[in-house]
Design a protein around this ligand. Structure first.
Ligand SMILES: Cc1cc2nc3c(=O)[nH]c(=O)nc-3n(C[C@H](O)[C@H](O)[C@H](O)COP(=O)(O)O)c2cc1C
Length: 164
């Protein structure tokens, strides 16, 4: 049994939902899990393993997640770490590789990762500023859509549990 931190960054809430489902899978396997939004200070004292994830905008992890990884590089080097992202690209199974590539910047900041994944997110236009909506229109992703699959995220949590 380990103390696991599931840390995430979100703008629209999809990554929080995915993180919560991953945590449910880890808890089902007997781990003690803390789910934390990395926009608030999140120390690593007492933590044995970490899952870190972010939503994706314009191809990159959110700044607070990358910043948190930079801040805790030394401690994270001694812990098992898994990485995930939540994006719309992952809603198309034929683009799984492209969605996984969004993890690279985060993975590059770590000594190694035990596992990584990309989960499909959602798009709620009302939650996005008008100029960001224009950006999405440019890549034909501006229609409201929700692909968040709690069961898939929970199953990954169960799978990860064995690594921790
Ligand atoms: C301004 C903006 C840019 C986005 N850029 C991308 C992108 O480059 N690739 C992608 O697959 N999804 C992109 N998305 C979709 C988000 O990754 C998706 O909405 C995801 O659910 C966001 O997670 P969050 O709700 O936790 O913030 C974008 C969304 C917004 C609003």
């Amino acid at each position: 049994m380990s103390n696991v931190l599931v840390g995430y960054g979100t703008r629209g809430g999809a990554t929080k939902d995915v993180a919560t489902s991953i945590a449910a899978g880890l808890e089902h396997e007997g781990h003690i899990v803390r789910v934390a939004n990395l926009s608030s200070p999140t120390p690593l004292e007492g933590i044995d393993a970490v899952v870190v994830g972010s939503g994706i905008q314009a191809g990159v992890f959110y700044g607070e997640v990358l910043g948190w990884l930079d801040q805790h590089t030394a401690t994270l080097a001694g812990l098992p770490v898994a990485v995930f992202n939540v994006c719309l690209t992952a809603s198309d199974p034929s683009k799984h590789e492209a969605a996984m590539a969004y993890n690279q910047a985060a993975v590059g900041k770590l000594a190694g990762v035990v596992s990584q994944e990309a989960f499909a997110g959602r798009y709620v236009p009302e939650k996005v500023t008008w100029w960001k909506r224009l950006l999405l229109r440019g890549i034909n992703k501006d229609r409201a859509q929700d692909h968040v699959n709690a069961e898939l995220a929970r199953a990954w949590g169960v799978e990860l549990a064995a690594e921790f």
